[in-house]
Design a protein around this ligand. Structure first.
Ligand code: GSH
Ligand code: GSH
Ligand code: FES
Lengths: 104, 104
C-alpha cells in the first residue's frame, strides 16, 4: 500500500525513527534518551496526522507485530517500544546499534 | 459543580484513587505498583467515560493543578502522577502514607 511505502521510505532514509504520540510519556522518554545520546531521531507524531495516524499505526502493526507507541527503529531494524529500547541501553547495546547505523 | 462533588465523594470514600487511561503505560505502572504493595486502588478510567472523561480531567485540573494522567490520591490527598508516586515509593514514604490512610 501507499502508506506502507511511505513507512519503508522513512525507515530507509533515517537511521533512527520513532513513531510516537505527543501526549505519551513513554514516547517522550525514548525520544529524550536518543537526544541525550547525541542522536537526533526522526519522529512521527501519530496523533498529529489526523485520520492518517491510526492508519499508520495499523501499517506498523502489520510490519512489526507491534500496535503500541513508541515504535522504534534503528538502521531500518525494528527495535521495539520504550522498555525494549531502555533495556538495550542498560545492556550497553544501544550505542553499538547506533554506531552500526552510522549515528554518532 | 456536580462533577466536582462526584470527585470529592470518590476521594472521601476510597483511600487510594487513581485517575487513569486504559492505554497509558504510566497509568498501568502506578496501578500495578499499588497492587504489588497489596493495596487495591479505586481506578477511574477517563477514556471509558465518553464525554465525561475530558470533563473529569478538567475538574481534576481545577482541583489539583494537574491536567495529566495518572492522577493519584491517597487518603484524599493529592499525590501527583506516576513519577511522583514512584519517587515516594523509592524514598520509603509511600507505605507510611498508605498506612496513615488505613490501607494495609
Ligand atoms: N512496553 C511497551 C508499552 C507500550 C504501550 O503500551 N504503549 C501505549 C502507550 S504508553 C499504547 O500504545 N497504547 C495504545 C495507543 O496509544 O494506541 C513499551 O515500552 O513501549
Ligand atoms: N510526570 C508525569 C507525566 C504525566 C503525563 O505527561 N501524562 C500524559 C500521559 S503519559 C498525559 O496525561 N497526557 C495528556 C493526556 O493524556 O490527556 C507523571 O509521572 O505522571
Ligand atoms: S500514554 Fe501514558 S505513558 Fe504512553
Amino acid at each position: 500500500s501507499r502508506l506502507e511505502d511511505t513507512v519503508k521510505k522513512t525507515l530507509a532514509e533515517n537511521p533512527i525513527v520513532v513513531y510516537s504520540k505527543t501526549w505519551c510519556s513513554y514516547s517522550s522518554e525514548v525520544k529524550s534518551l536518543f537526544k541525550r545520546l547525541g542522536a537526533e531521531p526522526f519522529v512521527v507524531e501519530l496523533d498529529e496526522l489526523g485520520p492518517q495516524g491510526p492508519q499508520l499505526q495499523k501499517v506498523l502493526e502489520r510490519l512489526t507485530g507491534q500496535h503500541t507507541v513508541p515504535n522504534v527503529f534503528i538502521g531500518g531494524k525494528h527495535i521495539g517500544g520504550c522498555t525494549d529500547t531502555v533495556k538495550l541501553y542498560r545492556q550497553g547495546e544501544l550505542t553499538s546499534l547506533l554506531s552500526e547505523a552510522g549515528v554518532k
